[in-house]
Design a binder for this molecule. Structure first.
Ligand code: ZN
Length: 138
């Protein structure tokens, strides 16, 4: 499918982008925002196996992101929790939809980068071995 050019009522050309292209641009933009958030150092990361079955959550009072790598890959949960922080008005269903789009675009390079941030920002390990913490490559 090619980009289509159409004329609107004022005769101005409107460019229609391919859906795949739009999704790619959107996820790149959001990845950039997630990496900006992480590099700001505003939030600490806590790795723990005590999350009552949750993959993770955000503790806004203590500026901490909790991740449980025993429930779900930590780097994927980090994307989900970071989306909650940068999109505070979105409900859980929308965040899940957006997360799954991001997971689709998650390559080894981005996984490595997320894992590096997890290790750099982690202030606490509970029931999770720091040394064995690694990415879940497909
Ligand atoms: Zn959520």
């Amino acid at each position: 499918m090619k980009n289509q050019n159409k004329q609107n009522s004022k005769g101005k050309k409107i460019k229609y982008f391919r859906v795949r292209e739009c999704k790619g641009n959107m996820s790149d933009l959001i990845f950039r925002r997630i990496f900006n958030l992480l590099s700001s150092g505003e939030f600490d990361i806590v790795l723990t196996n005590k999350t009552h079955g949750e993959a993770g959550y955000v503790d806004y009072e203590n500026y901490s992101i909790y991740l449980n790598p025993k429930v779900f890959p930590a780097e994927e949960t980090l994307i989900h929790e970071a989306l909650h922080i940068i999109k505070p008005n979105l409900d859980e269903k929308s965040i899940i939809e957006m997360s799954s789009l991001m997971f689709e675009r998650l390559n080894d390079n981005k996984r490595d980068k997320l894992m590096a941030y997890i290790k750099a920002l982690a202030t606490k390990y509970t029931g999770v071995n720091k040394k064995t913490l690694s990415c879940y490559y497909n």
